[in-house]
Design a protein around this ligand. Structure first.
Ligand SMILES: C[S@@+](CC[C@H](N)C(=O)[O-])C[C@H]1O[C@@H](n2cnc3c(N)ncnc32)[C@H](O)[C@@H]1O
Length: 223
């Protein structure tokens, strides 16, 4: 009985900590929603259960992409690997705020069609343009320059996408490459290229749950 009484404060403290973490976790993970996100949220929630099938970024990763675009004020976006448009919705929300546009490339026509429909549902058809095709063939044909690039297609090809997009990068551009933690090995040649260029500064950003981004700041035109 005495033993039980002595343990009690410990368990109370433990319970308090666990409850505190459980209550704090959703706030830390998602935060309060602004009016535009509230409008799009039912669609995002509808897409999230099929995340594994469509290889979408996690919700928190999408939030990070939106935040990255907004806080850096980027306006000319390119996404490589659209899938059904989940991450494009998040990036589009950011660009809507900065007055920017996104072009997103997907090799599978049926998946790109789903993305187009989802972006229309999110009322982002004026902000995001879906392009069907192999990014390795599409990127050289794209007009103009980019100040925000999100790479999320085949990991061993990240370096190829980068080489093609390099001449179109503006000084001050931001490149976010997904799965920088889980696919570090497959992305090694990409990292080598980034590391060799003194005009680039790259940081790996880990975001719960699990994975993260290699975020590159293009200080000056890449060499
Ligand atoms: C990880 S998923 C993209 C997920 C998406 N960014 C999201 O979070 O909603 C990768 C996508 O890249 C596409 N893909 C693979 N190779 C490609 C290429 N060479 N050009 C364009 N898209 C490609 C795949 O068909 C797949 O839909």
């Amino acid at each position: 009985m005495r033993h039980h009484t002595r343990l009690c404060p410990f368990f109370v403290a433990l319970l308090g900590t666990v409850l505190g973490l459980l209550l704090a976790a959703p706030l830390l993970a998602e935060g309060a929603m602004d009016a535009r996100l509230q409008e799009v949220d039912p669609l995002l929630r509808q897409l999230e259960p099929t995340r594994a099938q469509f290889l979408n970024v996690a919700r928190q990763h999408g939030q990070f992409l939106r935040m990255l675009v907004e806080m850096t004020g980027r306006k000319r976006g390119l996404e490589i690997g659209t899938s059904n448009g989940y991450s494009a919705i998040w990036i589009g929300l950011g660009l809507e705020k900065t007055g920017g546009k996104l072009q997103t490339v997907e090799i599978v026509p049926e998946t790109s069609a789903m993305a187009k429909a989802n972006l229309e549902k999110a009322k982002l058809q004026g902000t995001v343009t879906c392009i069907v095709g192999d990014a390795l063939e599409v990127i050289p044909k794209l007009q103009g320059t980019f100040d925000f690039v999100f790479i999320d297609a085949l990991k061993p090809d990240y370096w190829r996408y980068y080489e093609l997009v390099k001449p179109k990068l503006e000084a001050g551009a931001v490149i976010a490459a997904h799965n920088a933690l889980s696919s570090r090995e497959a992305m090694s040649k990409y990292f080598e290229l980034l590391d060799a260029d003194p005009n680039l500064q790259t940081t790996i950003v880990q975001i719960e749950p699990g994975d993260g981004f290699a975020v590159t700041f293009v200080r000056d035109k890449p060499q």
